[in-house]
Ligand binder design. Structure first.
Ligand code: F6P
Length: 361
């Protein structure tokens, strides 16, 4: 009999509840283990009153729900916990409190669901002697060890839906419409939703853009009779020789830096350089919320069940991932710290270019 603690860390992603449900059901039904849900990521192992047993009943009806029933945070790294003291931000190391609380709660091992940051923390706990199993998660799809992360497919669907809607109004008003999508420093959401939504220009962080080529593209379209254009801009996109734009650098020193403003910057430049009317939409967290797609529910389910299988084999320090569309496992240490960005020979990128979509080169 083992007791598994499960937590979700970092930004939420559609499909997290599918993971939790699969892990709980597999643990209880097949292995007769107990499961403890830890609330709000690692905060649940630092602060009191944030653990509760998870039963089959606890996971009834959660499969189609967005978010995570356990709650999450992208601020609580226990090794470098930022707190405000007398107006100053100070960093504390709460890792020994976490290790103590895990043992105190009778938890034999942790299933940690998160992106690169959370999995990096999982690895540090593994090195401290805590048995951990990782599950990769992010809408950004930027983890190198896995072909896909759950959440990405739903985010791409949401962004595609938005591009579709902007198309009709852009066409009616003969406007250039920009939509900024998430993805941090990887262009996956932008590339996929841009192609799926039929965008004319797609900007990704991997290809710093040249204004002249964007202006030439929308002018060519206009001269050809299409007096409107759709531009999908990754939040991490930047002009050649320029940098990323952030929204909260100055105002919130406890929070990680947040990308934002890339589309607005570009819109202002297009307005200055052309006579087109330009409008900007920032899709934001609409990409993260809501019911997961069938693909994300299935991937989350596979990952949740496979993580418990690793626990049953006492295979700690590993995470589950997807390769050749099959679940496999890999040492967390080998998986973290290497971002998966869009490579210039990516087949979708190559096909999109061949179809005349402008990437600002
Ligand atoms: O990593 C997921 C993500 O949604 C990024 O695409 C985005 O840059 C960031 O998180 C937003 O973070 P927050 O939820 O803190 O605004």
């Amino acid at each position: 009999m083992k007791t598994i603690g499960i937590l979700t860390g970092g930004g939420d992603a559609p499909g997290l509840n599918a993971v939790i449900r699969a892990a709980v059901k597999t643990a209880i039904i097949t292995y007769k283990y107990q499961v403890v849900g830890i609330q709000d990521g690692f905060d649940g192992l630092i602060k009191p009153g944030k653990m509760k047993p998870l039963t089959i009943e606890s996971v009834h009806g959660i499969l189609p729900k967005g978010g995570t029933i356990l709650g999450t945070t992208n601020r609580g790294n226990p090794f470098e916990y930022k707190v405000s003291q007398a107006g100053e931000v100070v960093t504390k190391d709460y890792s020994s409190i976490v290790a103590h609380n895990v043992r105190e709660a009778g938890i034999d091992c942790l299933i940690i669901v998160g992106g690169d940051g959370t999995l990096g923390i999982a690895q540090r706990f593994h090195e401290m002697g805590l048995p951990v199993v990782g599950i990769p998660k992010t809408i950004d799809n930027d983890l190198s060890a896995t072909e896909f992360t759950f959440g990405f497919d739903t985010a791409v669907d949401a962004a595609t839906w938005a591009v579709d809607r902007l198309h009709s109004t852009a066409e009616s008003h003969h406007r250039v419409m920009l939509i900024e999508v998430m993805g941090r420093n990887a262009g996956w959401i932008s590339l996929y939703s841009g192609v799926a939504g039929g965008a004319d220009v797609i900007l990704i962080p991997e290809i710093p853009y040249n204004m002249d080529s964007i202006v030439a593209k929308i002018q060519r379209r206009s001269e050809g009779g299409s007096k409107f254009s759709l531009i999908v801009v990754a939040e991490g996109a930047m002009p050649m020789g320029g940098g990323e734009s952030y929204v909260n650098e100055e105002i919130d020193k406890l929070a990680p830096k947040r990308l934002g403003g890339a589309a607005e910057t570009l819109a202002n430049r297009i307005s200055k350089l052309t006579s087109f009317e330009v409008r900007t939409t920032v899709l934001g967290h609409l990409q993260r919320g809501g019911s997961p797609s069938a693909y994300d529910r299935i991937l989350g389910t596979k990952f949740g069940a496979a993580a418990v299988r690793l626990v049953s084999q006492d295979k700690y320090g590993y995470m589950v991932a997807l390769r050749d569309n099959k679940v496999y496992d890999i040492e967390i240490a080998k998986a973290v710290g290497a971002m998966k960005t869009v490579s210039l020979d990516d087949d979708l990128l190559v096909s999109a270019k061949e179809m005349g979509i402008c990437f600002g080169e």
